[in-house]
Design a protein around this ligand. Structure first.
Ligand code: NAI
Ligand code: MG
Length: 502
């Protein structure tokens, strides 16, 4: 379903993915189009991708419904698990290739993509291992009845994924959905759809029944919204911006489907003076610039106890200069470009906002346009010091390699600043005092708190947000709950029912 040809004007090989994956077949869009996918390191088209239209969503949902009713929902969990394991093995085998394509499409440094994509098979394996363990409970009431619960899949799931981590986000949604017995229509983000189509090839190779997984790239506002509004979709699992989640609630509200949302973050990364400062700095700088800043889990707000504040600022400046920014496929580079032009412009505009707000720019702050980087969307690792928590650069999600450093005095102020945010996704905390670790982590409003580590995320640990960071959890047993309904059955042991009107 894809072929490669040389573009004479740009001298770049362009790969065309001209089919959607619907009902186990590779089909041309009915009312969609073929769109360009830009390599953000060169600003040039590197792939052409089939986008579905609303009619394509309709037939994908119909295929998913048919697969759900036609056998997937009632297939023994052990058989679903076997298919998922076969898929996971194929995924593992193909991970190096998938990582390269993900880097090409999203600009994420290959050294990061390799680590990330090289771990996803574990997620599919872990959820596969739960597919035959979806047991309910028996509920003791009286001898006259036997009451028990069973867990049933919610049905057809619309999975809407973002452009920063397309394969990871797909894994976090597909693995629990399939283990639960749901079928899926996956709509990846406009900017980075290619790896989701590669994923479809592996589901086909693994022998999944037609329609269990369907992949339809497309425009969010029209095609994504159509999937959300669709009467025959039972759940939307979404990762992206809070403003989009609110639109999704309005569009999908009429159908009363289920929703789970993984939205943004502005994670506080708190460093107390009693911390192992070297380790804290390793974590805080790595989580400032990983993924070129494009992850909701990153510690983009670093809170530093006053007695070590100057030292930490100085270290951030030294370490920012050591980040090798460059072509993401070059293994020696740490950081690639922003994933697309719009995000580049958003980050640059926040750097201007920070300067106007009176924050002190101590490192970076500019687009990089030297040599090879001239047409790419590269930005210097950027550090703002002396930031106040009420500044926009401290409150709003920038999603670029921009970190803000905020001083604090004592535990109480650290907690107050950490919680003074609309988001509540993740937080980090560095201290060698075990009592303080417990006290402070208990008081932070975040779905996940890391103590003396950061961004330690596994398929088995629930991940998701408090406050404006979302609804529901991905990963862990809680993720599975999001794709299951509980059904209670009460059976009389006597068959006797009194006549109320006798
Ligand atoms: P977005 O929320 O618009 O896009 C995410 C996904 O939603 C894409 O697949 C898109 O096609 C789809 N979508 C967009 N509008 C839709 C609609 N009306 N109905 C259904 N689906 C729709 O995010 P965007 O605009 O790409 O990024 C903006 C900002 O959002 C970023 O700068 C970042 O701050 C945040 N973001 C957070 C992410 C996270 O991991 N929590 C991931 C991506 C973005
Ligand atoms: Mg948007």
């Amino acid at each position: 379903m894809n072929d490669t040809a040389l573009n004479q004007q740009t001298d770049i090989e362009v790969t065309t993915y001209n089919k959607l994956y619907i009902g186990g077949e590779w089909v041309s869009p009915i009312d969609g189009s073929i769109e360009d996918s830009v390599d953000p390191s060169t600003g040039k088209v590197w792939a052409r991708v089939a986008f579905g239209g609303t009619k394509d969503i309709d037939r994908a949902v119909a295929a998913a419904r048919k697969a759900f009713e036609g056998g997937w929902r009632s297939m023994p969990g052990g058989e679903r698990a076997a298919l998922m394991r076969r898929f996971a093995d194929l995924y593992q085998k193909n991970a190096p290739k998938l990582a390269e394509i993900e880097t090409r499409d999203s600009g994420r440094a290959l050294r990061e993509s390799r680590l990330d994509v090289g771990s996803h098979h574990n997620c599919y394996h872990w959820f596969a291992s739960l597919a035959d363990k979806l047991s309910g409970r028996t509920i003791p009431i009286e001898e006259a009845v036997h009451a028990f619960t069973t867990r049933v899949p919610v049905g057809v799931v619309g999975a809407i994924t973002p452009w920063n981590v397309p394969l990871m986000s797909a894994a976090w949604k597909l693995a629990p959905a399939l283990a639960a017995g749901c079928t899926v229509v996956l709509k990846p983000a406009e900017q980075t759809s290619v790896t989701s189509l590669e994923l479809a090839k592996l589901f086909e190779q693994a022998g999944f029944p037609p329609g269990v997984v369907n992949v339809v790239p497309g425009d969010g506002k029209s095609v994504g919204a159509h999937l959300v509004a669709h009467e025959d979709v039972n759940k939307i699992s979404f990762t992206g911006e809070g403003a989009t989640a609110k639109k999704i609630l309005r569009t999908g509200g009429d159908t009363l489907k289920r929703f789970s949302f993984e939205l943004g973050g502005k994670a506080p990364h708190i460093i107390f003076a009693d911390a192992d400062i070297e380790q804290a700095l390793n974590a805080a700088t790595s989580s400032a610039w990983a993924l070129c800043g494009q992850s909701c889990a990153l510690g983009s707000r670093v809170l530093v106890e006053r007695s070590i504040y100057d030292r930490v600022v100085a270290e951030f400046v030294i370490r920012a200069a050591k980040v090798r920014v460059g072509m993401p496929l070059d293994d020696s580079n740490h950081m690639g470009p922003q994933a697309h032009d719009e995000q580049l412009q958003k980050t640059l505009s926040y750097i201007e906002i920070g300067k106007h707000e009176g924050a002190k720019l101590v490192a970076g702050g500019k687009r990089l346009v030297t040599g090879d980087l001239v047409n790419g969307y590269f930005i210097e690792p950027t550090v703002f010091a002396d930031v106040r928590n009420d500044m926009r650069i401290a409150q709003e999600e920038i999603f670029g390699p921009v970190v803000v450093l905020i001083p604090f005095s004592g535990e109480e102020e650290a907690i107050a600043i950490a919680n003074d945010a609309s988001y509540g996704l993740a937080a980090g905390l560095w201290t060698q005092d075990v009592g303080r670790a417990h006290r402070v982590s208990a008081k932070i409003d975040a779905g996940i708190v890391w103590v003396n580590t950061y961004r330690y995320i596994r398929w088995s640990t629930p991940y998701g947000g408090f406050k404006n960071s979302g609804w529901g959890r991905e990963n862990g047993l809680e993720a599975l709950d999001g794709y299951l309904d509980t059904k209670t059955t009460v059976i009389s042991t006597t068959g006797q029912f009194p006549d109320a009107y006798a």
